[in-house]
Design a protein around this ligand. Structure first.
Ligand SMILES: Nc1ncnc2c1ncn2[C@@H]1O[C@H](COP(=O)(O)OP(=O)(O)O)[C@@H](O)[C@H]1O
Ligand SMILES: [Mg+2]
Length: 266
């Protein structure tokens, strides 16, 4: 009898222990599953956030390309209107004047001189506008000659000294690619002068780690890369989109009063 009571007591205890182990096991499984579920959810959420950031960045780049295109169109329209249409209007008026009866020799000479003068100016303007759109030297002789001409134009100002070195051979058949690189350099040079007030600029093309690279350095006032100013500019965004087109990479180093160094591959 005494033994039976002991056995019942023991069985109860055993059932309780098994029950507790089972509950503990269930609890542990629940915790482990919840942990995996929530950490997975967190990872997916982070990935979605990252993708959204990337999409927003791409949208921002596209927006800056469209804005720049519109600005460029506005500028060309203005140039055509101010420098060409207005001159051709006066030429047209003068041509009509030629039909006036009984013009003196002197008046005739005045009108024809006016026409020649204005036509010459309109021609120069159209040449300048075409040159801005696509520098002829770039199309005829390629990027190397184009950069040499660009650098020479900047060096004539005397307020800045630009050094250009090139160890690469640009492929003359890749004119689109070359035009992107040319526009990038135009923007960088303008920024160094306008914002950086640089007096020395160096442009170097060479192979670094097997990649065709441009190393651009100025000795200007530099800027804080984290500042909002540099994020707002259209110029830098356009550079980034052009480098994306070229499947290249882009790195920028700058500090206040330490100039700027930009490396990009293409
Ligand atoms: N070489 C530079 N030296 C100093 N500041 C620069 C330079 N390049 C860019 N920045 C800074 O970055 C900003 C953005 O440049 P950018 O995108 O070209 O726009 P924008 O020239 O239209 O102002 C500039 O306003 C300037 O503050
Ligand atoms: Mg700019």
């Amino acid at each position: 009898m005494k033994n039976n009571i002991f056995l019942v007591f023991n069985l109860d205890e055993m059932n309780l222990a098994i029950g507790s182990v089972f509950v503990a096991f269930l609890l542990m499984s629940f915790i482990v599953i919840s942990f995996f579920y929530f950490s997975r959810k967190k990872i997916i959420q982070k990935e979605i956030e990252k993708k959204n950031l990337e999409i927003n960045h791409q949208k921002e780049l596209l927006r800056s390309v469209i804005l720049t295109q519109e600005e460029e169109r506005k500028r060309i329209a203005q140039d055509l209107h101010d420098d060409i249409s207005s001159k051709l209007n006066v030429v047209s008026l003068n041509t009509h004047l030629l039909n006036t009866p009984n013009l003196s020799e002197e008046e005739l000479l005045g009108i024809t001189n006016n026409i020649t003068d204005l036509t010459q100016k309109a021609l120069e303007s159209s040449r300048r506008i075409a040159h801005d759109l696509l520098p002829p030297v770039l199309e005829k002789f390629g990027l190397h000659a184009g950069i040499e001409e660009l650098v020479a134009e900047f060096n004539t100002s005397k307020s800045v000294h630009v050094i250009y070195k090139n160890e690469l051979r640009f492929n003359i058949n890749e004119i689109d690619k070359q035009l992107h690189i040319f526009r990038i350099l135009q923007e960088l040079l303008n920024n160094s002068i306008r914002h950086g007030k640089a007096s020395e600029i160096s442009i170097e093309f060479k192979t670094i780690n097997g990649k065709e690279t441009c190393v651009y350095i100025d000795n200007g006032i530099g800027f804080d890369l984290k500042s909002e100013d540099c994020k707002k500019g259209l110029g830098m965004k356009n550079i980034e989109s052009r480098i994306n087109f070229l499947n290249g990479t882009f790195s920028i180093e700058s500090n206040k009063n330490k100039g700027v160094q930009i490396n990009f591959t293409f």
